[in-house]
Design a protein around this ligand. Structure first.
Ligand SMILES: NC(=O)c1ccc[n+]([C@@H]2O[C@H](COP(=O)([O-])OP(=O)(O)OC[C@H]3O[C@@H](n4cnc5c(N)ncnc54)[C@H](OP(=O)(O)O)[C@@H]3O)[C@@H](O)[C@H]2O)c1
Length: 247
């Protein structure tokens, strides 16, 4: 069996109803994993579910913006060999227009609910010894920043700090924790943003590889981090940015 195989591993993926999480679910199932996929929109989640190779997968729709929604998911999942905490939102706003509710919304979905999910899974003994925890972060807030992205950047930097501390705390159990830091990836998240098509096309020229990433290219990094191929990798930020931050 390939060291990159996810056979005999039960993996939870949040944000699996769209974009990067959907590509991760499809690729992880192809790599042999048994999946629990989660998303907010039931219809889109069901669509991902129909695209999964193999059997015994589970799907659970829940809103992770509430602690209750996180608890429902934790109650639902069996013991896992790993997760990708991937659900997230981006709502660009200049600092001068930000209201308290905006701060709460972005930080809650992108970071606080991620901490809650990890904490509850651990406390409920759902994370097996030797498991791998993967957090979808971003170059934004960690390697660079964009105007109007202060909340998003803060939420993603929060994930890095959290990941590093738990990588140390959980190492005695053989549990590993890492983030993935993608640059711009072609997903709904971009289409739903206020950035014009022309600006997006111009921005691609700032990437040495002259294009944005594809969701499946992030999925392959997740497979590496979830598999035994990365058994000595913990506490790291895996940068995937087509060379963008080389400048
Ligand atoms: N696209 C990029 O350029 C890029 C770059 C760096 C990092 N990232 C990160 O990658 C992750 C995935 O982004 P994406 O580009 O794939 O975006 P996307 O296509 O918009 O997908 C976002 C996912 O998060 C889920 N989600 C959002 N709010 C939720 C909530 N309150 N409760 C439960 N699920 C919720 C969505 O569920 P529903 O569809 O069911 O609402 C969806 O499955 C995010 O953490 C994002 O910050 C993206």
């Amino acid at each position: 069996m390939s060291v990159f195989s996810l056979k005999n591993k039960t993996i939870l993926i949040t944000g699996a109803s769209s974009g990067i999480g959907k590509a991760m679910a499809i690729a992880c199932a192809q790599a042999g994993a048994t999946l629990i996929i989660s998303g907010r929109n039931k219809e889109r989640l069901e669509h991902t579910f129909t695209m999964l190779e193999g059997s015994n997968h589970l799907a659970f729709a829940t809103d992770l913006s509430t602690t209750q929604g996180v608890k429902l998911l934790v109650d639902f999942v069996p013991k896992i060999d790993g997760f990708v905490s991937n659900a997230g939102i981006v709502e660009p706003l200049l600092l001068q227009f930000i209201e308290t509710s905006d701060i709460e919304k972005t930080l809650h979905i992108n970071a606080i609910s991620v901490i809650e999910l990890t904490r509850l899974l651990l406390q409920e003994k759902k994370i097996k010894k030797g498991a791998s925890l993967v957090f979808t972060s971003s170059i934004n807030g960690n390697k660079c920043a964009y105007i109007g992205s202060s909340l998003y950047a803060a939420s993603k930097a929060m994930l890095t700090g959290f990941m590093k501390a738990i990588a140390l705390e959980l190492a005695p159990k053989g549990i590993r924790a890492n983030t993935i830091e993608p640059g711009m990836i072609e997903t709904e998240l971009l289409k739903n943003s206020d950035i014009s098509l022309e600006d997006l096309e111009n921005d691609k020229q700032n990437y040495p590889l002259k294009r944005y990433g594809k969701p499946e290219e992030v999925a392959y990094a997740a497979i590496f981090l979830l598999s035994d191929a990365s058994s000595w990798t913990t506490g790291t930020n895996m940068l995937l940015d087509g060379g963008y931050t080389l400048h």
